[in-house]
Ligand binder design. Structure first.
Ligand code: LLP
Length: 392
């Protein structure tokens, strides 16, 4: 039975395989991954990741609540964010999560007050801004001095002075996150160098850290997803093995989001009209920036495929959504001759796709379909390309 478009389609087998590849790339028993829930918070995605033994990296009280409701152990939950509300801190502290990653000296005072109310000791990691260029899109760069995130390295001493004043805070770790969609691994090596300096400074002040959290950020191949459905986790973890100086018993935490879920999700849409414009032919589809905002927000490229046509001869199309904004475009691409009713597949949409959707223009939100519930071929009412579709 065909499914109403647009909808998100998730390949759970690919998700499992990605998780498996990630785990087998970890050679160090002290390396631990917390999945960044912000990338995709659909129930079965989270359950699959939890069942694989990962922890949860949360950025809101609701993410913490959802993680706990789905069975993540609070011991495996970390919480970051520069603007945590009192209610959110309350949720974090009352559930005794593993680490509150504190982003300012001012926040320390508030966390202490709330922990005191609960008669608890809050486990703290300092999120430090390492001033390392992630060499990625400026809108998803987070670890430079000009960015709002983290405690500047120059304030580290003052932050230590402050935390030592508070009885309800325990400094357990440090946290860094330099940005997202990072494909060149050198910035991670630079991060390790800065982290080593921070760890040494804290050690010199008599502070022994239990964990070093190096954030997330590993990128995926948007241009040619089929050439690399699973990111190169080995190379990624090797950088930290090689460059991070650790003391006995210290654990390293990673917060991967996109690299785990990016390729397992696609946005499926139908062509409403093919219209001849003055300069190009528009394929107007029923998915738009309300379903996937990355192209509008970051000029991001997502590969678009026509699932209904098999012809070898390609023509240029400008694939656009129905929303009343010129930024509502999925870009110009070559497709076989496309007609009304064709199904289009927007690839690599598993991360920061559905979570960032809105109901602008009072549009309905796209449904969620999982591969073990219905095959993609049956979702689009065609068994014709079933074999090729199942690999996605
Ligand atoms: N940890 C922290 C503190 C973060 O801020 C993020 C992402 C992550 C971990 C996970 O990073 P990942 O492994 O997924 O790169 N909406 C943008 C991406 C924003 C990323 C925000 N922070 C996009 O669609 O490209």
């Amino acid at each position: 039975m065909s499914v109403k478009t647009p909808f998100y389609y998730y390949d759970l087998t690919l998700l499992e395989n990605t998780l498996e590849a990630m785990s087998s790339a970890i050679n160090n028993p002290n390396f631990k991954v917390h999945y960044a829930i912000k990338a995709n918070a659909e129930d079965r995605i989270l359950q699959t990741i939890k069942n694989h033994g990962l922890g949860a990296d949360c950025v809101s009280g609701n993410e913490i609540k959802k993680a706990i409701a789905l069975g993540f152990n609070p011991e495996n939950i970390v919480f970051a964010g520069i603007g945590k509300s009192d209610e959110e801190l309350d949720i974090a502290i009352s559930n005794g999560i593993h680490s509150i990653n504190c982003e300012s000296i001012e926040e320390l005072v508030v966390i202490n007050e709330i922990a005191e109310k609960h008669d608890a000791i809050a486990n703290i990691a300092f999120r430090i801004n390492p001033n390392v260029d992630a060499q990625t899109h400026h809108k998803i760069t987070t670890g430079l001095n000009e960015n709002k995130f983290g405690i500047p390295i120059t304030e580290l001493d003052a932050a230590v002075d402050e935390i030592l004043k508070h009885k309800h805070l325990a400094l357990k770790g440090v946290h860094f996150h330099i940005g997202s969609q990072i494909l060149n691994l050198n910035p991670f090596a630079n991060l390790c160098q800065q982290a080593n300096n921070v760890i040494a400074n804290l050690k010199a002040r008599g502070i022994a850290l239990e964990h070093i959290n190096v954030g997330g950020g590993l990128g995926i191949n948007y241009n040619n997803p089929d050439s690399q459905l699973i990111p190169n986790f080995e190379e990624y973890f090797k950088v930290f093995e090689k460059f991070l100086n650790l003391d006995e018993g210290q654990t390293v935490h990673f917060e991967l989001g996109r690299s785990i879920v990016g390729q397992c999700g696609s946005l499926i849409s139908k062509v409403l009209y093919v219209k001849k414009g003055a300069n190009s032919k528009f394929a107007i589809i029923d998915a738009g920036m309300t379903d996937l905002i990355r192209p509008a927000l970051y000029n991001a490229y997502h590969k678009v495929e026509n699932l209904s046509q098999t012809g070898d001869e390609l023509e240029p199309y400008h694939v656009v959504g129905p929303i009343c904004e010129s930024s509502d475009t999925f870009g110009k691409t070559e497709l076989p001759t496309t007609t009304r009713g064709d199904y289009m597949m927007i690839r690599s949409a598993g991360a920061y796709g559905q979570v960032l959707s809105s109901n602008y223009n009072l549009r309905e939100r796209a449904a969620t379909i999982y591969s073990d519930e219905q095959s993609l071929a049956s979702c689009i009412g065609s068994e014709k390309k079933a074999q090729t579709l199942e690999v996605v």
